[in-house]
Design a protein around this ligand. Structure first.
Ligand code: SF4
Length: 909
């Protein structure tokens, strides 16, 4: 059935207010228009003489239906229905039905789409004929599910809200409900067949139904082109400011077709230009002169995001990312006194290298009273939570889960001592309302698990669009549909490029496409989108005296064209548009910048020359003195990353420990080659298992049984492969393993841990350092060596040193890389006479002396406080350094480029 058009009558707002004054019910096409009409009515009443006045009867279509349902229920007209299902209850029924259908693999939005299809089926009075739904697999499934849904509803006496208009129509027709005398509809672009039939029935029963549309204005329209949507939004905001400066009483509308995607850009531009002071610390809650029609999903509000994460504490583990969010949240008791300690606790947890954290682990670290990251309040709350969780059932009804959720939040001190802002107060109210809705799922689901209840709640918070109420504002930011029934003095419609206006069709996948197109269902075809967009555009551009339409020319790299709906409007140059010249907050800050001369200003010298950092001091000082200073003296550095499985450091430590254990048992090359392969294999596997047993308690979430077996297998193959290489060496004895040294390099006292020292046949020594990544001896040379670790170790034993080498223990790339005093000491390693870098320096003692000089210079400069921002090779050295915000190398580079450009210009002139 096609949409019946009652035929709107043109009216002005005075006509609608007159109807309201007569006590006639006005039904609006959306919630927002009902709100606006209430405001207009109140303003008119305040301005007039009639005081006090009655509350006008204005309500959106669905609320009107709901009211009729209640009336019908009270009058006994609906004896066959016990309950009207809420949308969430209906969704839960669809979800359960779809999940139990083993012939189908549902996706996250399947239930939503199926519910929407059911709604369309009713609203557009589509033929309920099974043969039509044999169109494809999806429509066949839908037919099966909807038949089942109808059967359940009949058995249980439930009424779907999508069927309510039809049932009300029957009630009116058999006079079980009394038809009103008169009804006014406003803010509708079209009526669905289901709405039309209901209204026709009322009409036949003597109800005077009028569909009013505001008379179009004789608008002045201009088209503006902007470079991108940010520039478009700023220009719009300046234009709004100019209007408000000259006409503070003006009603201004901003219409944005894709408001949900552009909301942040638009509101940020309005804040920046209309209320720049909002960016001052402590002013973020300032009242705004604009109102946004479209709220955000409730789950996107920080308060609710944190609340949902808190409820996840019921799970055995939660992700480190979520823990981090909780630790930085002010909504949990004790945050004011513990915020610093909680930040340090976050750092500590990241250092553990586990991507997921249990409540026990959280409690354990928070309770370390002798540590900077100890959090007494949190520890107490977590302790109480652990006790309470033991008493909590595994399965329960949704209504009971609401109680348990409330108890969990109370136990962890949710919002304890926190002062809610007005917006947050409303957010909490919306949260409680949603919990009440969750509790009503008791009717439709049985007992469910905590995670199922939480998943329902998460889905509901994601779908519930919420907007805290604000006072009357002169500027309204709206989507095209919400702009219906509203008129303005000035209106800006932005973002009108051909990619979104008209939008692309999005037919419902569960209703046969030919059926949708034949009945002209919403979003079913390009023709339908085009005609609706044309009608919407015409309505919106005639709703104000002055109208600006605009579009951005680019979206990132993508070039955009104006929508065909606006391309014929007269174009206006940006320079000709009257806009406020106010300097934005950002520009004010930039313009107030004062350059001061930068002097060489070293950091204070090290107070004590004994310091931690080991060989990393030399490595960082060589790469960039500022990095060495910032990381090793200031303690600046990135937060630990979150990684699945063992991180690189843990893998390295594990390999070192295994090698240490293996050589504890083998001792020498002679024993290695003498041991039969099977025994060697068993020996290595035993040492691997022993090392894993030592390390596993530090990574309880990572070392599952399966991971442990996989890791042991990988290491077994890797270590045996390495030992094959060692078998090909000349005889040696491993005389030191993981030994610590205290050493003086120039003015610096440091501690070093050498992985391994071997003694070869002539009594000389080889220093060996294990690496699991790629390692090259070529990185040891130059005034600023990339890897000074082994040259540094060479200082420990220069007398009888025969060479040093990285032992690269890496699958498929097992190799030694280093330098020796003579050829043949280590497989694949050249002597100093053959290696180009050492040959240039001189004989072996000269090579060692050369390294000593370089390392002493680096150590001395670190001690003296040399901390210049001087990367060895920009930008390569900076690629994996995270200190850019601190050293501001990027700004220095920009200044250098500006200087060079200025120099070039000077030379040209
Ligand atoms: S980013 Fe570059 S210049 Fe800055 S500290 Fe790191 S290495 Fe040095």
């Amino acid at each position: 059935m096609k949409a019946y058009r009652l035929g709107p009558l043109l009216a002005d707002s005075g006509d609608i207010l007159a109807k309201l004054n007569q006590g006639i019910t006005v039904i609006t096409g959306n919630q927002r228009l009902a709100h606006v009409l209430h405001q207009h009515f109140d303003q008119a009443a305040v301005a007039g003489d009639a005081k006090p006045w009655l509350t006008p009867d204005i309500l959106p279509w669905n609320s009107w239906l709901q009211r009729l349902w209640e009336e019908a229920l009270i009058s006994g007209a609906f004896s066959e229905f016990g309950r009207l299902l809420t949308p969430y209850q209906e969704r839960a029924i669809w979800q359960e039905m779809i999940a139990s259908d083993l012939s189908f693999q549902p996706m996250s939005r399947t239930a939503f789409q199926v519910q929407k299809a059911w709604q369309l089926l009713q609203e557009w009075c589509l033929p309920q004929n099974e043969s039509i739904f044999q169109y494809n697999d999806d429509s066949r499934l839908f037919w099966k599910w909807q038949s089942f849904f109808q059967r359940i509803c009949r058995q249980k006496g439930w009424l779907s809200i999508a069927c309510l208009p039809d049932q009300l129509r029957h009630c009116f027709a058999r006079e079980a409900l009394q038809a009103p005398n008169e009804l006014v509809l406003t803010g509708f672009d079209e009526l669905t067949p289901q709405q039309s039939v209901l209204l026709e029935t009322l009409d036949r029963l003597g109800c005077k139904v009028q569909w009013l549309q505001l008379k179009p204005k004789n608008s002045q329209i201009a088209r503006i082109t902007s470079a991108d949507n940010r520039q478009e939004a700023i220009l719009m905001a300046r234009w709004v400011r100019q209007k408000l400066e000259h006409h503070p009483e003006a009603q201004i509308g901003i219409v944005v077709p894709e408001l949900s995607s552009h909301r942040e850009v638009v509101t940020h531009a309005l804040d920046e230009i209309l209320i720049p002071q909002i960016f001052h610390p402590g002013h973020s809650n300032q009242e705004r002169p604009y109102n946004v029609s479209l709220g955000k999903s409730l789950g996107a509000f920080p308060l609710i995001t944190v609340t949902l994460k808190l409820l996840e504490l019921f799970k055995p583990t939660i992700s480190l990312q979520d823990v981090s969010l909780l630790l930085h949240s002010p909504f949990i008791a004790g945050w004011e006194q513990e915020s610093s300690a909680r930040a340090l606790l976050d750092v500590r947890l990241r250092e553990t290298g586990e991507p997921r954290v249990s409540l026990d682990t959280l409690h354990y670290h928070a309770s370390k009273t002798n540590r900077s990251y100890a959090c007494a309040v949190l520890e107490k709350k977590f302790d109480m939570l652990r006790t309470w969780l033991q008493t909590c059932p595994r399965k329960d009804h949704p209504g009971q889960w609401v109680q348990h959720f409330a108890q969990l939040l109370k136990t962890v001190g949710w919002l304890e001592g926190y002062r809610l802002s007005s917006d947050e107060y409303q957010t909490v109210e919306a949260w409680h309302a949603l919990l009440a809705e969750l509790a009503t799922l008791d009717w439709v689901t049985g007992e469910i698990s905590w995670s199922a209840a939480l998943s329902q709640l998460g889905q509901m918070t994601g779908e519930r669009i919420f907007q805290p109420q604000t006072g009357v504002a002169p500027v309204q930011v709206l989507g095209p549909l919400e702009a219906h029934g509203m008129q303005f003095d000035h209106l800006w419609i932005m973002g009108l490029h051909d990619g979104v206006w008209p939008p692309s069709p999005q037919p419902n996948p569960f209703i046969p496409l030919p059926l949708q197109r034949k009945n002209e269902l919403p979003h079913s075809s390009e023709q339908r989108e085009l005609s609706v967009t044309r009608r919407l555009t015409q309505r919106i551009i005639t709703s104000a005296d002055e109208v600006i339409v605009s579009y951005p020319q680019r979206n990132g790299e993508e070039a955009l064209r104006p929508s065909p709906m606006i391309k014929d409007f007269p174009s206006l140059a940006v320079e000709s548009l009257l806009v406020s010249k106010i300097v934005s907050w950002r520009d004010t800050v930039h313009r107030s910048a004062q350059l001061s001369e930068w002097l060489h200003d070293p950091a204070p010298s090290l107070a004590q020359t004994t310091t931690s950092g080991g060989s990393r001091i030399f490595k960082l000082q060589a790469a960039c003195p500022f990095r060495a200073f910032a990381e090793l003296r200031l303690g600046a550095g990135p937060l630990g990353g979150i990684q699945i499985g063992l991180n690189a450091m843990a893998r390295g430590n594990l390999l070192h420990r295994i090698m240490e254990k293996v050589w504890d048992r083998l001792d020498s090359h002679e024993q290695l080659v003498a041991l039969p392969d099977t025994q060697l294999s068993t020996l290595v596997l035993d040492q691997i298992n022993a090392a894993i047993t030592e390390i596993a308690p530090h990574y309880p979430q990572t070392f599952t049984r399966r991971f442990r077996a996989m890791e042991a297998d990988r290491l077994h193959r890797q270590v045996l492969s390495w030992l094959d290489l060692e078998k090909n060496r000349l005889p040696f004895r491993v005389i030191e393993k993981e030994k610590k040294y205290e050493w003086v390099v120039g003015t610096l006292n440091i501690q070093l841990k050498v992985d391994r020292i071997d003694e070869i046949a002539d009594g000389c020594r080889l220093i060996i350092d294990y690496k699991t990544g790629e390692a090259k001896a070529s990185q040891w040379f130059g005034d600023r060596p990339d890897e000074p670790q082994l040259p540094l170790y060479s200082l420990i034993s220069t007398e009888n040193l025969a060479g040093m080498a990285f032992a690269q223990v890496r699958a498929g790339q097992m190799a030694f890389s280093g330098v020796t005093i003579e050829e043949g000491i280590l497989p694949g390693v050249k002597s100093h006479e053959k290696l180009p870098q050492t040959r240039e320096i001189g004989d072996w003692p000269q090579v060692l002396a050369h390294w000593r000089a370089i390392l002493e210079r680096l150590g001395d400069s670190f001690c003296r406080g040399e901390a210049a921002v001087d990367p060895k090779q920009y930008p390569a050295t900076c690629t994996y350094c995270t200190l850019q915000p601190l050293c501001r190398i990027n700004e220095l580079t920009l200044l250098d480029e500006a200087d060079a450009e200025a120099g070039d210009k000077g030379n040209e002139s």
